[in-house]
Design a protein around this ligand. Structure first.
Ligand code: AQP
Length: 339
């Protein structure tokens, strides 16, 4: 069986490469999500056939209250619209509106050795964080592969923390295509300039489940409080001690993305011309100012009745023909359903 070219999303310009990415509605969007992935979601919608999903099936692995999951899903749509996703230029979808993602996950499960999943770094990390060791947690990367390939997406904007998952998606595609013929293209990760953003502890990945985030739409006072609590260079005890930007999450990393003068800021720390407190105050001011227009936009959107369901319905209508066609090919290749 030969691979059928992906069909352009109806209503969008033709012959562009397809992009897919998902974000879990497991908490409020944070700096890691924005710098690692959302900034690219916005940039890529201009040049690609872009599909972005709020992946609520995935969030079931950590959010165990139905009302809360619905609320977080609604909030995440508002976050994504506020950072700049334009429903006229991309498709914004809710994963569970397309149960075929779960069906394809099952089919892919049959080509994936369990050992591939057990060695996934995020599986080990989440277990260390105390997340329930459910089948869903283990199977997370297979559902992620299904999310991507059901649309035959070839580009996947994700944070660098997702590199191993994307590599696994590619392995899964190869395993499926080896068994059944060339049905799916191999997706490729697209990264921003940002390294994996560390949390306010300065030590572990900024992550909703780790509770160490700076939410981008928190109130300005809360953002300031969180930035001021960030751990900097642990060896810089006194104001007069020289700092080491290479180990400091504030001047060594985050200042890079909120102002063009980060080299001077790093020099100020290295020579003890400036102290951590003023460098954090400046960072807080800049983060608050950067997200202010998005915060205003978000407040307007939140006050617009029905907007979230309207956007999700439009997104679902755009992408449904694509996944119906892919599932027809999958059924045909593996031999389920009628021809
Ligand atoms: N700290 C980070 N640095 C860079 N990129 C990050 N991303 C998440 N954290 C960082 C990127 O954000 C996108 C959406 O991620 P997600 O919310 O679906 O899941 P995640 O990667 O597991 O993010 P969290 O905050 O850690 O969520 P929980 O705690 O619920 O699992 C992805 O592209 C991710 O790379």
């Amino acid at each position: 069986m030969t691979q059928t070219a992906a069909q352009p999303i109806s209503g969008l310009p033709q012959a562009r490469e397809r992009v897919f990415s998902g974000i879990q509605p497991s908490g409020a969007s944070h700096l890691g999500n924005y710098l690692g992935a959302q900034a690219n979601y916005v940039a890529m919608q201009a040049e690609y056939d872009a599909i972005y999903a709020i992946v609520d099936y995935h969030a079931l692995t950590t959010v165990h209250d139905g009302e809360e999951l619905r609320r977080l899903t609604h909030e995440m749509v508002l976050d994504l619209l506020a950072v700049g996703l334009d429903p006229d230029r991309c498709a914004l979808i809710r994963q569970s509106d397309m149960p075929e993602h779960a069906e394809l996950c099952w089919v892919l499960n049959t080509v994936v050795p369990v050992s591939w999943l057990e060695r996934t770094p995020t599986y080990k990390e989440k277990r260390q964080q105390g997340v329930d060791n459910s089948m869903g947690l283990l199977d997370y990367p297979v559902l992620q592969a299904a999310d991507i390939v059901i649309y035959k997406a070839t580009r996947v904007p994700v944070g660098k923390d997702q590199a191993a998952h994307l590599e696994l998606s590619r392995e899964i595609v190869r395993a499926f295509n080896r068994r059944y013929g060339s049905v799916f293209p191999e997706p490729q990760a697209v990264y921003t300039e940002s390294p994996v953003v560390l949390g306010i502890d300065g030590a572990t990945k900024m992550s909703k489940s780790a509770g160490n985030t700076i939410p981008i739409f928190a109130e300005p006072d809360e953002i300031r409080r969180l930035v001021m609590s960030m751990v900097t260079d642990p060896l810089r005890i006194k104001r007069t001690d020289p700092g080491r930007p290479e180990v400091c999450n504030v001047c060594g990393n985050l200042h890079r993305f909120f102002g063009g003068d980060y080299l001077q800021i790093q020099d100020g720390e290295r020579t003890a011309r400036t102290g951590c407190v003023e460098t954090k105050q400046l960072l807080a001011d800049r983060i608050i100012a950067f997200f202010e227009p998005m915060r205003e936009r978000r407040a307007e959107l939140a006050a617009t009745p029905g907007i979230v369901e309207e956007v999700l319905a439009a997104g679902a209508a755009k992408v449904r023909p694509l996944l119906v066609e892919t599932m027809r090919e999958v059924h045909d290749a593996v031999g389920i359903g009628t021809r």
